[in-house]
Design a protein around this ligand. Structure first.
Ligand SMILES: CC(C)(COP(=O)(O)OP(=O)(O)OC[C@H]1O[C@@H](n2cnc3c(N)ncnc32)[C@H](O)[C@@H]1OP(=O)(O)O)[C@@H](O)C(=O)NCCC(=O)NCCS
Length: 177
């Protein structure tokens, strides 16, 4: 397990999936804002769940747990891993009861450690909706800088929203900033 100050990132366990599915995917607004594709109902236990599957090369899914108790609190993913350009994207989703406790900021820190130290990547990237203050702040607290606005790039529940593109280079990363 990878450890931060407050959270641990471990492998996805089979019994994490129904919890993540109910708390994150079945919340239509949360899923529409976070998943970047049209929401549709997915049968429990289906291989189509966004929390199932690991293509090993390009996408590494973690379950996020509270360090002290080991309780599942969310999902964290390094995705679109490109070993030629040595870059990857970060994705994060915490259960509603675990938000706003500093876990998101710490989970980004642990993903940076995984990306830069374990995988030897050079650049990490995050795209998030421009009104997602918690994600923007979690990224910026770890040294990510805003590189641009993708205007009207996300169709979310009946409207186009802007996304902010944030990037962090290995040489600018300060562990646990
Ligand atoms: C985005 C998310 C991962 C952030 O994790 P979190 O644990 O809630 O964030 P933290 O507690 O670490 O807070 C980070 C900062 O954002 C601020 N913040 C948190 N929630 C906020 C909110 N709803 N509105 C405004 N600011 C907020 C905190 O005060 C903190 O600011 P500080 O650094 O100045 O103290 C989490 O809220 C989440 O899973 N949201 C739903 C899914 C999602 O949006 N995923 C991202 C898709 S790109």
């Amino acid at each position: 397990m990878l450890r931060g100050g407050k959270v641990g990132l471990r492998a996805r366990h089979e019994d994490d999936v129904p919890i993540l599915h109910t708390e994150l995917h079945d919340d239509v607004v949360n899923a529409a804002r976070a998943e970047g594709r049209p929401w549709r109902p997915i049968t429990p236990g289906s291989k189509d769940s966004p929390f199932v599957g690991d293509d090993k090369e390009q996408r590494v899914p973690f379950s996020v747990v509270e360090l002290g108790s080991g309780t599942l609190i969310g999902t964290a993913t390094l995705w679109n891993i490109d070993n030629h350009n040595r870059s990857a994207h970060i994705g994060l989703g915490l259960l509603p009861s675990s938000r706003r406790k500093g876990y998101g900021t710490d989970a980004v820190a642990v993903l940076c450690h995984y990306g830069f130290v374990v995988r030897g990547l050079h650049r990490l990237q995050i795209e998030t909706l421009s009104d997602n203050s918690a994600m923007l702040r979690s990224a910026e607290r770890n040294g990510f800088v805003r590189e641009g606005v993708l205007r009207s790039s996300a169709w979310v529940m009946g409207e186009f929203l802007d996304e902010v593109l944030l990037g962090l280079l290995a040489q600018d990363w300060k562990p646990y900033a």
